[in-house]
Design a protein around this ligand. Structure first.
Ligand SMILES: [Zn+2]
Ligand SMILES: [Zn+2]
Ligand SMILES: [Zn+2]
Length: 118
């Protein structure tokens, strides 16, 4: 089998890390912004085929909740409309009581981040 590292595209030796259908050199299995490799149990996020930790993904790419404007991860997403994403709790608050924690006029993206399953 011809395995290549998803990060650097070079051949993999015996020791490599597999997550989300991709393989990596152990030292390339890391967030683009963090100096240290991931731990096996860390949540991993992709953007444009690059790896990020939860913190850096949320600060750069994660869509913002239309209710409270903090980052939304896929396991919390509910859709209020075409262009909105929500924390499940914020969405319920809004639907049940029409409560919004943030002022209107925000720009929301509805992209769903890809979250790897261990
Ligand atoms: Zn590599
Ligand atoms: Zn990071
Ligand atoms: Zn929210």
């Amino acid at each position: 089998m011809d395995l290549t590292c998803f990060s650097c595209r070079r051949p993999l030796e015996d020791a490599h890390v597999s997550r989300g259908g991709q393989n990596y050199h152990p030292h390339h299995f890391k967030c683009r912004e963090c100096p240290l490799p991931f731990n096996p149990q860390d949540a991993i996020f992709w953007h444009d085929n690059l790896l990020y930790c939860r913190f850096h993904y949320s600060t750069r790419f994660a869509p913002k909740c239309a209710g409270c404007t903090t980052a939304v991860f896929s396991q919390h997403i509910a859709f209020g409309g075409e262009d909105e994403c929500w924390h499940f709790e914020c969405y319920l608050l809004n639907v049940l009581w029409s409560i919004k924690l943030a002022p209107p006029g925000r720009q929301i993206k509805s992209a769903i981040p890809l979250v790897s399953m261990p």
